[in-house]
Write a protein that binds this ligand. Structure first.
Ligand code: HEC
Length: 389
Protein backbone atom coordinates (compact mmCIF):
# COMPACT_ATOMS: atom_id res chain seq x y z
CA UNK A 1 0.00 0.00 0.00
CA UNK A 2 2.73 2.39 1.03
CA UNK A 3 4.76 1.70 -2.07
CA UNK A 4 1.88 2.44 -4.33
CA UNK A 5 1.43 5.92 -2.95
CA UNK A 6 5.11 6.65 -3.17
CA UNK A 7 5.01 5.90 -6.90
CA UNK A 8 1.89 7.95 -7.47
CA UNK A 9 3.59 11.25 -8.46
CA UNK A 10 5.83 9.39 -10.87
CA UNK A 11 2.84 7.75 -12.50
CA UNK A 12 0.94 11.01 -12.74
CA UNK A 13 3.90 12.71 -14.39
CA UNK A 14 4.38 9.79 -16.76
CA UNK A 15 0.75 9.74 -17.79
CA UNK A 16 0.90 13.48 -18.28
CA UNK A 17 3.96 13.15 -20.50
CA UNK A 18 2.31 10.41 -22.55
CA UNK A 19 -0.75 12.59 -23.03
CA UNK A 20 1.30 15.53 -24.22
CA UNK A 21 3.10 13.18 -26.56
CA UNK A 22 -0.06 11.58 -27.85
CA UNK A 23 -2.34 14.59 -28.05
CA UNK A 24 -1.24 15.81 -31.50
CA UNK A 25 -1.52 12.28 -32.85
CA UNK A 26 -4.99 11.87 -31.41
CA UNK A 27 -5.95 15.19 -32.94
CA UNK A 28 -4.65 14.01 -36.28
CA UNK A 29 -6.59 10.76 -36.03
CA UNK A 30 -9.84 12.48 -35.05
CA UNK A 31 -9.42 15.05 -37.80
CA UNK A 32 -8.78 12.38 -40.39
CA UNK A 33 -12.12 10.81 -39.52
CA UNK A 34 -14.21 14.00 -39.73
CA UNK A 35 -16.08 15.20 -42.82
CA UNK A 36 -14.20 17.84 -44.75
CA UNK A 37 -16.78 20.61 -44.09
CA UNK A 38 -16.48 20.04 -40.36
CA UNK A 39 -12.70 20.18 -40.52
CA UNK A 40 -12.87 23.53 -42.26
CA UNK A 41 -15.38 24.92 -39.78
CA UNK A 42 -14.21 23.77 -36.37
CA UNK A 43 -11.38 22.16 -34.44
CA UNK A 44 -11.28 18.44 -33.74
CA UNK A 45 -11.89 18.94 -30.00
CA UNK A 46 -15.39 20.27 -30.76
CA UNK A 47 -16.55 16.71 -31.41
CA UNK A 48 -17.09 16.55 -27.66
CA UNK A 49 -19.44 19.54 -27.63
CA UNK A 50 -23.07 19.23 -28.82
CA UNK A 51 -23.62 19.59 -32.57
CA UNK A 52 -23.91 23.04 -34.06
CA UNK A 53 -27.20 24.84 -33.39
CA UNK A 54 -28.35 22.28 -30.88
CA UNK A 55 -28.18 24.56 -27.84
CA UNK A 56 -29.86 27.48 -29.59
CA UNK A 57 -32.61 25.22 -30.83
CA UNK A 58 -33.14 23.73 -27.40
CA UNK A 59 -33.51 27.09 -25.67
CA UNK A 60 -35.38 29.06 -28.34
CA UNK A 61 -37.46 26.64 -30.39
CA UNK A 62 -37.87 23.41 -28.44
CA UNK A 63 -40.33 24.92 -25.88
CA UNK A 64 -42.98 25.10 -28.63
CA UNK A 65 -41.70 22.84 -31.43
CA UNK A 66 -40.46 20.02 -29.20
CA UNK A 67 -37.10 18.28 -29.08
CA UNK A 68 -37.61 16.54 -32.42
CA UNK A 69 -39.33 19.47 -34.10
CA UNK A 70 -42.64 17.69 -34.62
CA UNK A 71 -44.65 18.96 -31.63
CA UNK A 72 -46.74 21.37 -33.75
CA UNK A 73 -48.39 19.39 -36.51
CA UNK A 74 -49.15 22.54 -38.54
CA UNK A 75 -45.44 23.25 -38.65
CA UNK A 76 -43.54 19.98 -38.56
CA UNK A 77 -39.85 20.92 -38.50
CA UNK A 78 -38.77 17.35 -39.07
CA UNK A 79 -40.51 17.44 -42.47
CA UNK A 80 -38.02 18.19 -45.27
CA UNK A 81 -40.69 19.97 -47.32
CA UNK A 82 -41.31 22.55 -44.59
CA UNK A 83 -37.62 23.06 -43.81
CA UNK A 84 -36.77 23.33 -47.50
CA UNK A 85 -38.19 26.88 -47.38
CA UNK A 86 -35.97 27.88 -44.45
CA UNK A 87 -32.53 26.66 -45.45
CA UNK A 88 -30.85 30.00 -44.84
CA UNK A 89 -30.78 32.34 -41.87
CA UNK A 90 -32.60 35.25 -43.55
CA UNK A 91 -35.59 33.20 -44.65
CA UNK A 92 -35.77 31.73 -41.18
CA UNK A 93 -35.56 35.13 -39.44
CA UNK A 94 -38.32 36.59 -41.55
CA UNK A 95 -40.52 33.62 -40.62
CA UNK A 96 -39.73 34.20 -36.97
CA UNK A 97 -40.49 37.94 -37.16
CA UNK A 98 -43.84 37.35 -38.82
CA UNK A 99 -46.78 37.33 -36.41
CA UNK A 100 -48.84 34.20 -35.97
CA UNK A 101 -52.54 34.91 -35.42
CA UNK A 102 -51.72 38.44 -34.26
CA UNK A 103 -49.11 37.49 -31.65
CA UNK A 104 -45.32 37.24 -32.16
CA UNK A 105 -44.09 33.87 -33.46
CA UNK A 106 -41.52 33.55 -30.74
CA UNK A 107 -43.85 34.56 -27.90
CA UNK A 108 -41.80 35.93 -25.03
CA UNK A 109 -38.55 34.55 -26.39
CA UNK A 110 -36.12 36.82 -28.27
CA UNK A 111 -35.78 36.45 -32.03
CA UNK A 112 -32.30 34.94 -32.73
CA UNK A 113 -29.68 37.07 -34.42
CA UNK A 114 -28.31 36.04 -37.81
CA UNK A 115 -25.46 33.92 -36.44
CA UNK A 116 -27.77 32.00 -34.14
CA UNK A 117 -30.27 31.74 -36.98
CA UNK A 118 -27.64 30.28 -39.28
CA UNK A 119 -26.81 27.62 -36.68
CA UNK A 120 -30.49 26.92 -36.09
CA UNK A 121 -31.06 26.61 -39.83
CA UNK A 122 -28.29 24.01 -39.89
CA UNK A 123 -29.92 22.22 -36.97
CA UNK A 124 -33.26 22.19 -38.84
CA UNK A 125 -31.58 20.75 -41.93
CA UNK A 126 -30.13 17.89 -39.90
CA UNK A 127 -33.43 17.39 -38.02
CA UNK A 128 -35.34 17.00 -41.26
CA UNK A 129 -32.62 14.91 -42.90
CA UNK A 130 -31.92 17.37 -45.75
CA UNK A 131 -28.37 17.57 -44.54
CA UNK A 132 -26.90 14.16 -43.83
CA UNK A 133 -23.68 14.78 -42.05
CA UNK A 134 -22.19 12.26 -39.70
CA UNK A 135 -19.65 13.03 -37.03
CA UNK A 136 -17.21 10.43 -38.37
CA UNK A 137 -16.58 9.19 -41.85
CA UNK A 138 -14.00 7.17 -43.74
CA UNK A 139 -14.36 9.37 -46.81
CA UNK A 140 -11.03 11.11 -46.23
CA UNK A 141 -9.26 7.76 -46.31
CA UNK A 142 -11.02 6.72 -49.50
CA UNK A 143 -10.21 10.06 -51.10
CA UNK A 144 -6.57 9.89 -50.06
CA UNK A 145 -6.15 6.29 -51.21
CA UNK A 146 -7.66 6.96 -54.61
CA UNK A 147 -6.06 10.38 -54.98
CA UNK A 148 -9.43 12.07 -55.44
CA UNK A 149 -9.24 15.89 -55.61
CA UNK A 150 -12.71 16.95 -56.61
CA UNK A 151 -15.17 19.26 -54.94
CA UNK A 152 -17.24 16.77 -52.96
CA UNK A 153 -16.00 13.29 -52.09
CA UNK A 154 -14.99 10.31 -54.19
CA UNK A 155 -18.05 8.35 -53.11
CA UNK A 156 -20.52 11.13 -53.86
CA UNK A 157 -18.96 11.96 -57.20
CA UNK A 158 -18.92 8.32 -58.24
CA UNK A 159 -22.55 7.86 -57.24
CA UNK A 160 -23.50 11.01 -59.12
CA UNK A 161 -21.61 9.67 -62.13
CA UNK A 162 -19.60 12.85 -62.69
CA UNK A 163 -17.46 12.08 -65.69
CA UNK A 164 -14.84 14.78 -65.33
CA UNK A 165 -12.94 12.78 -62.76
CA UNK A 166 -10.44 10.69 -64.69
CA UNK A 167 -11.27 7.95 -62.23
CA UNK A 168 -12.80 4.56 -62.93
CA UNK A 169 -14.87 4.45 -59.75
CA UNK A 170 -13.83 0.91 -58.94
CA UNK A 171 -10.84 -0.82 -57.39
CA UNK A 172 -8.62 0.26 -60.27
CA UNK A 173 -8.53 3.72 -58.70
CA UNK A 174 -6.28 2.34 -55.99
CA UNK A 175 -3.55 2.32 -58.64
CA UNK A 176 -4.06 5.98 -59.48
CA UNK A 177 -0.54 7.44 -59.51
CA UNK A 178 -1.76 10.46 -57.54
CA UNK A 179 -3.21 8.42 -54.69
CA UNK A 180 -1.82 6.89 -51.56
CA UNK A 181 -2.77 3.36 -52.65
CA UNK A 182 -0.18 3.38 -55.39
CA UNK A 183 2.35 5.12 -53.16
CA UNK A 184 1.86 2.42 -50.56
CA UNK A 185 2.89 -0.24 -53.07
CA UNK A 186 5.86 1.87 -54.15
CA UNK A 187 6.96 2.30 -50.56
CA UNK A 188 6.81 -1.45 -50.07
CA UNK A 189 8.77 -2.00 -53.27
CA UNK A 190 11.45 0.34 -51.96
CA UNK A 191 11.50 -0.74 -48.33
CA UNK A 192 11.46 -4.53 -48.51
CA UNK A 193 14.53 -5.11 -50.71
CA UNK A 194 16.30 -2.17 -49.08
CA UNK A 195 15.84 -3.87 -45.74
CA UNK A 196 16.60 -7.39 -46.83
CA UNK A 197 19.71 -6.78 -48.95
CA UNK A 198 21.89 -4.87 -46.47
CA UNK A 199 21.02 -7.28 -43.69
CA UNK A 200 21.93 -10.26 -45.83
CA UNK A 201 25.27 -8.77 -46.84
CA UNK A 202 25.92 -7.52 -43.32
CA UNK A 203 25.39 -11.03 -41.94
CA UNK A 204 27.96 -12.43 -44.39
CA UNK A 205 30.45 -9.67 -43.62
CA UNK A 206 29.91 -9.85 -39.87
CA UNK A 207 30.51 -13.58 -39.92
CA UNK A 208 33.74 -13.09 -41.82
CA UNK A 209 34.87 -10.35 -39.46
CA UNK A 210 34.21 -12.41 -36.38
CA UNK A 211 35.13 -15.98 -37.29
CA UNK A 212 37.37 -16.00 -40.35
CA UNK A 213 41.10 -15.35 -40.09
CA UNK A 214 42.48 -13.07 -42.76
CA UNK A 215 45.05 -10.33 -42.95
CA UNK A 216 44.04 -6.77 -42.11
CA UNK A 217 40.79 -7.88 -40.57
CA UNK A 218 40.88 -5.35 -37.75
CA UNK A 219 41.90 -2.51 -40.06
CA UNK A 220 39.16 -3.26 -42.51
CA UNK A 221 36.61 -3.36 -39.73
CA UNK A 222 37.85 -0.06 -38.31
CA UNK A 223 37.61 1.48 -41.77
CA UNK A 224 34.05 0.24 -42.14
CA UNK A 225 32.99 1.66 -38.81
CA UNK A 226 34.77 4.88 -39.70
CA UNK A 227 32.79 5.06 -42.94
CA UNK A 228 29.74 5.85 -40.90
CA UNK A 229 30.92 9.43 -40.50
CA UNK A 230 30.23 10.11 -44.19
CA UNK A 231 26.96 12.04 -44.17
CA UNK A 232 24.40 10.74 -46.58
CA UNK A 233 23.49 14.21 -47.83
CA UNK A 234 27.02 14.75 -49.08
CA UNK A 235 26.81 11.88 -51.50
CA UNK A 236 23.44 12.68 -53.04
CA UNK A 237 24.69 14.81 -55.89
CA UNK A 238 27.69 12.67 -56.98
CA UNK A 239 25.64 9.50 -56.88
CA UNK A 240 22.73 11.11 -58.62
CA UNK A 241 25.06 12.20 -61.45
CA UNK A 242 26.56 8.75 -61.63
CA UNK A 243 23.08 7.25 -61.80
CA UNK A 244 22.15 9.66 -64.56
CA UNK A 245 25.09 8.42 -66.61
CA UNK A 246 24.28 4.75 -66.19
CA UNK A 247 20.54 5.23 -66.37
CA UNK A 248 19.63 4.31 -62.81
CA UNK A 249 17.88 7.56 -61.91
CA UNK A 250 14.22 7.02 -61.16
CA UNK A 251 14.54 3.24 -60.92
CA UNK A 252 13.94 1.01 -57.98
CA UNK A 253 17.29 -0.70 -58.50
CA UNK A 254 19.07 2.60 -57.95
CA UNK A 255 17.39 3.30 -54.64
CA UNK A 256 17.91 -0.28 -53.45
CA UNK A 257 21.63 0.03 -54.11
CA UNK A 258 21.78 3.39 -52.36
CA UNK A 259 20.00 2.19 -49.24
CA UNK A 260 22.04 -1.00 -49.20
CA UNK A 261 25.26 0.97 -49.35
CA UNK A 262 24.27 3.31 -46.58
CA UNK A 263 22.71 0.65 -44.40
CA UNK A 264 25.74 -1.65 -44.55
CA UNK A 265 28.30 0.00 -42.25
CA UNK A 266 26.00 0.21 -39.29
CA UNK A 267 24.47 -3.19 -39.98
CA UNK A 268 27.89 -4.83 -40.20
CA UNK A 269 29.01 -3.07 -37.04
CA UNK A 270 25.99 -4.21 -35.07
CA UNK A 271 26.03 -7.75 -36.42
CA UNK A 272 29.75 -8.18 -35.84
CA UNK A 273 29.41 -7.10 -32.25
CA UNK A 274 26.62 -9.58 -31.80
CA UNK A 275 28.25 -12.51 -33.61
CA UNK A 276 31.61 -11.81 -32.01
CA UNK A 277 30.09 -12.07 -28.55
CA UNK A 278 28.72 -15.57 -29.15
CA UNK A 279 30.69 -18.24 -27.22
CA UNK A 280 33.87 -19.36 -29.02
CA UNK A 281 33.41 -22.97 -28.01
CA UNK A 282 30.36 -23.50 -30.18
CA UNK A 283 32.16 -22.47 -33.33
CA UNK A 284 35.44 -24.17 -32.48
CA UNK A 285 33.78 -27.49 -31.83
CA UNK A 286 31.84 -27.13 -35.06
CA UNK A 287 35.09 -26.58 -37.01
CA UNK A 288 36.67 -29.53 -35.22
CA UNK A 289 33.77 -31.67 -36.37
CA UNK A 290 34.66 -30.65 -39.90
CA UNK A 291 32.00 -28.00 -40.47
CA UNK A 292 32.81 -25.56 -43.26
CA UNK A 293 32.36 -21.84 -42.80
CA UNK A 294 29.21 -21.99 -44.86
CA UNK A 295 27.68 -24.64 -42.62
CA UNK A 296 28.70 -22.75 -39.48
CA UNK A 297 27.16 -19.62 -40.95
CA UNK A 298 23.72 -20.87 -41.72
CA UNK A 299 23.44 -23.61 -39.09
CA UNK A 300 24.93 -21.67 -36.16
CA UNK A 301 25.44 -17.98 -36.75
CA UNK A 302 22.08 -17.20 -38.38
CA UNK A 303 19.81 -19.05 -35.94
CA UNK A 304 21.70 -17.64 -32.95
CA UNK A 305 21.48 -14.05 -34.17
CA UNK A 306 17.76 -13.93 -34.93
CA UNK A 307 17.10 -11.26 -32.27
CA UNK A 308 19.83 -9.03 -33.65
CA UNK A 309 18.66 -9.60 -37.22
CA UNK A 310 15.09 -8.79 -36.27
CA UNK A 311 15.92 -5.57 -34.48
CA UNK A 312 18.16 -4.53 -37.31
CA UNK A 313 15.37 -5.25 -39.77
CA UNK A 314 12.91 -3.15 -37.77
CA UNK A 315 15.21 -0.15 -37.61
CA UNK A 316 16.26 -0.33 -41.23
CA UNK A 317 12.66 -0.76 -42.35
CA UNK A 318 11.39 2.19 -40.31
CA UNK A 319 14.20 4.40 -41.50
CA UNK A 320 13.53 3.65 -45.13
CA UNK A 321 9.78 3.84 -44.76
CA UNK A 322 10.03 7.32 -43.26
CA UNK A 323 12.78 8.51 -45.59
CA UNK A 324 11.84 11.38 -47.84
CA UNK A 325 15.17 12.79 -48.96
CA UNK A 326 16.59 9.78 -50.76
CA UNK A 327 13.25 8.87 -52.32
CA UNK A 328 12.79 12.45 -53.49
CA UNK A 329 16.20 12.60 -55.13
CA UNK A 330 16.30 9.15 -56.73
CA UNK A 331 12.64 8.36 -57.41
CA UNK A 332 10.90 11.75 -57.31
CA UNK A 333 7.57 11.80 -59.05
CA UNK A 334 8.36 8.83 -61.26
CA UNK A 335 7.54 6.29 -58.59
CA UNK A 336 6.15 8.42 -55.76
CA UNK A 337 6.50 6.84 -52.34
CA UNK A 338 4.31 7.63 -49.36
CA UNK A 339 6.41 10.37 -47.83
CA UNK A 340 6.52 12.10 -51.21
CA UNK A 341 2.83 11.68 -51.88
CA UNK A 342 1.74 13.02 -48.49
CA UNK A 343 3.24 16.38 -49.36
CA UNK A 344 1.32 16.39 -52.62
CA UNK A 345 -1.97 16.10 -50.82
CA UNK A 346 -2.14 19.77 -49.80
CA UNK A 347 -2.37 22.29 -52.58
CA UNK A 348 -0.34 25.48 -52.61
CA UNK A 349 -3.42 27.30 -51.33
CA UNK A 350 -3.56 25.09 -48.26
CA UNK A 351 -6.73 23.22 -49.12
CA UNK A 352 -6.85 19.46 -49.00
CA UNK A 353 -5.45 18.93 -45.58
CA UNK A 354 -8.33 16.63 -44.70
CA UNK A 355 -6.54 14.35 -47.18
CA UNK A 356 -3.23 15.07 -45.52
CA UNK A 357 -4.41 13.80 -42.15
CA UNK A 358 -5.78 10.59 -43.61
CA UNK A 359 -2.66 10.11 -45.72
CA UNK A 360 -0.49 10.51 -42.64
CA UNK A 361 -2.36 7.74 -40.92
CA UNK A 362 -2.22 5.46 -43.92
CA UNK A 363 1.54 5.86 -43.94
CA UNK A 364 1.71 5.20 -40.21
CA UNK A 365 -0.34 2.01 -40.40
CA UNK A 366 2.41 -0.36 -41.50
CA UNK A 367 5.13 0.84 -39.10
CA UNK A 368 2.64 0.54 -36.25
CA UNK A 369 1.81 -2.98 -37.37
CA UNK A 370 5.48 -3.92 -37.65
CA UNK A 371 6.14 -2.39 -34.27
CA UNK A 372 3.39 -4.22 -32.45
CA UNK A 373 4.14 -7.50 -34.20
CA UNK A 374 7.85 -7.35 -33.36
CA UNK A 375 7.90 -5.23 -30.22
CA UNK A 376 9.59 -7.98 -28.24
CA UNK A 377 12.60 -7.68 -30.52
CA UNK A 378 12.27 -3.93 -30.58
CA UNK A 379 13.07 -3.58 -26.90
CA UNK A 380 15.90 -6.06 -27.23
CA UNK A 381 17.12 -4.19 -30.28
CA UNK A 382 17.43 -0.98 -28.34
CA UNK A 383 19.71 -2.83 -25.96
CA UNK A 384 21.67 -4.47 -28.79
CA UNK A 385 25.38 -4.06 -28.25
CA UNK A 386 25.01 -2.79 -24.69
CA UNK A 387 24.05 -6.08 -23.08
CA UNK A 388 25.41 -9.47 -23.98
CA UNK A 389 23.13 -12.24 -25.23
C1 HEC B 1 -43.97 30.40 -28.70
C2 HEC B 1 -43.94 29.18 -29.45
C3 HEC B 1 -42.96 29.10 -30.59
C4 HEC B 1 -41.64 29.28 -30.57
C5 HEC B 1 -40.78 29.66 -29.38
C6 HEC B 1 -41.16 28.99 -31.90
N1 HEC B 1 -42.20 28.71 -32.74
FE1 HEC B 1 -42.09 28.30 -34.68
N2 HEC B 1 -44.03 28.11 -34.80
C7 HEC B 1 -44.91 28.20 -33.71
C8 HEC B 1 -46.26 27.97 -34.16
C9 HEC B 1 -47.51 27.96 -33.27
C10 HEC B 1 -46.16 27.70 -35.54
C11 HEC B 1 -47.27 27.32 -36.44
C12 HEC B 1 -47.86 28.46 -37.22
C13 HEC B 1 -48.94 27.93 -38.11
O1 HEC B 1 -49.93 27.47 -37.56
O2 HEC B 1 -48.77 28.01 -39.31
C14 HEC B 1 -44.76 27.82 -35.89
C15 HEC B 1 -44.28 27.66 -37.18
C16 HEC B 1 -42.95 27.58 -37.50
C17 HEC B 1 -42.43 27.33 -38.78
C18 HEC B 1 -43.21 26.97 -40.00
C19 HEC B 1 -43.66 28.11 -40.84
C20 HEC B 1 -44.39 27.49 -42.01
O3 HEC B 1 -43.83 27.52 -43.09
O4 HEC B 1 -45.49 26.97 -41.80
C21 HEC B 1 -41.09 27.35 -38.68
C22 HEC B 1 -40.05 27.10 -39.78
C23 HEC B 1 -40.76 27.65 -37.35
N3 HEC B 1 -41.93 27.79 -36.64
C24 HEC B 1 -39.47 27.74 -36.87
C25 HEC B 1 -39.20 28.08 -35.57
C26 HEC B 1 -37.87 28.16 -35.07
C27 HEC B 1 -36.61 27.85 -35.88
C28 HEC B 1 -37.93 28.51 -33.79
C29 HEC B 1 -36.80 28.74 -32.84
C30 HEC B 1 -35.84 29.80 -33.18
C31 HEC B 1 -39.34 28.64 -33.47
N4 HEC B 1 -40.06 28.38 -34.59
C32 HEC B 1 -39.82 29.05 -32.24
C33 HEC B 1 -44.60 28.50 -32.41
C34 HEC B 1 -43.31 28.73 -31.96
Amino acid sequence: MKNRFRDLPVHVVLIGLCLIWLLPTIGLLVTSLRPVQDINESGWWTIFSPPKGHEEYQSLCAPCHGDDGNAISAADLSDPEVVQNYRRSFSLISALERDINGSPHMGDLPVPDEYQAADIAYKLRTLSGIEKRTTFTLNNYIDALTGYRGKSTYREDCEAGTQSLDLYCDFRDLANPRGMGRAFINSLLVAIPSTFLPILFAAFAAYAFSWMEFKGRQWLFALLVGLQVVPLQMTLIPISRLYAQIGLNGTFLGIWLFHTGFGLPYAIYLMRNFLGSLPHEIFESAYLDGASHWTAFYKLAIPLSIPALASLAIFQFLWIWNDLLVALVFLGGQHPVMTYQIGNMVTSLGSGWHLLTAAAFISMALPLLVFFALQRYFVRGMLAGSVKG
